[in-house]
Design a protein around this ligand. Structure first.
Ligand code: NAD
Length: 249
């Protein structure tokens, strides 16, 4: 059964890692997709071709999610490509700029807030009118267990991810009466390019401390995103789903 058959989706930051996993899962399930990338046109084109191999329409668009005007323009283009409908928005784009508060620069604090949190405002504002007209929509925001629990050395990242949760719950309350849902996924330790930067000893300690004894995969996150995007979750909104192998209980 293709859970997103006939639906359209916009996914930010999808050329690698979790975003790519979500784009592949959505294509496999029949969604027509617009996804964004920031720098690698080559990777974006390769993903576009790969998604099309599932028999869906796929469009890569270069867009910086942290820029308000670019987000509005992106949705205009996406509406054109997707025949005027956006059923699902996945705000996945995110960065880390870790440091202890003592050494964290104002610039690194601001950039993480802009990319991880302001982007969600930008994109949600941009799709709101369309989803209101449709009287239907599912927004999935990718936060982190760090946004729920905090983490030493990640005050900027944790603040942005906690902000994403507050924002999402508020949107769920504001737009629920129009059948627009907004949920959050809080991944734990998912092994992607973002976590490749970590020291090998730290990584093996993380794996050991996780009840399921492994790091997660982009597909683990993509499966839950698929559920929240699809009609299997039509009575679920304003929720945070931890996808963390039991790390946070
Ligand atoms: P990643 O670094 O592999 O991918 C992030 C993607 O976002 C990249 O494709 C990048 O180009 C894109 N991006 C960055 N800034 C952007 C911008 N301004 N506009 C548009 N795109 C932009 O990271 P990932 O591990 O795949 O993480 C994806 C999401 O999941 C992020 O929001 C991250 O914070 C979150 N997350 C990851 C983990 C993990 O363990 N990997 C855990 C919890 C949450």
């Amino acid at each position: 059964m293709k859970l997103l058959s006939g639906k359209t989706a916009v996914i930010t930051g999808a050329t690698r890692g979790i975003g790519k996993g979500i784009a592949e899962k959505f294509a496999e399930n029949g969604a027509n997709i617009v996804f964004t990338y920031l720098s690698s046109e080559e990777k974006a084109k390769a993903l576009e071709d790969h998604l099309k191999s599932y028999g869906v329409e796929a469009f890569a668009i270069r867009s910086d999610a942290s820029d308000f005007e670019q987000a509005q323009e992106l949705i205009k283009v996406a509406l054109d490509k997707l025949n005027g409908r956006i059923d699902v928005l996945v705000n996945n784009a995110g960065i880390t700029k870790d440091n202890l508060l003592m050494r964290m620069s104002e610039e690194d604090y601001d950039r993480v807030m802009e990319v991880n949190l302001k982007s969600i405002f930008n994109m949600t504002k941009a799709v709101q009118r369309t989803m209101l007209k449709q009287r239907q929509g599912s927004i999935v925001n990718i936060s982190s267990v760090v946004g729920v629990k905090g983490n030493a050395g990640q005050a900027n990242y944790a603040a942005s991810k906690a902000g994403a949760i507050g924002f999402s719950k508020s949107i769920a309350l504001e737009l629920g009466s129009r059948n627009i849902r907004c949920n959050v996924i809080a991944p734990g330790f998912i092994e992607t390019e973002m976590t490749e930067k970590l020291n090998a000893d730290v990584v093996s300690q993380w794996r050991e401390s996780i009840p399921l004894k492994r790091g997660g995969t982009p597909e683990d996150v993509a499966n839950v995103t698929l559920f929240l995007a699809s009609d299997l979750s039509t009575y679920v909104t304003g929720q945070v789903v931890n996808v963390c192998g039991g790390m946070l209980t």
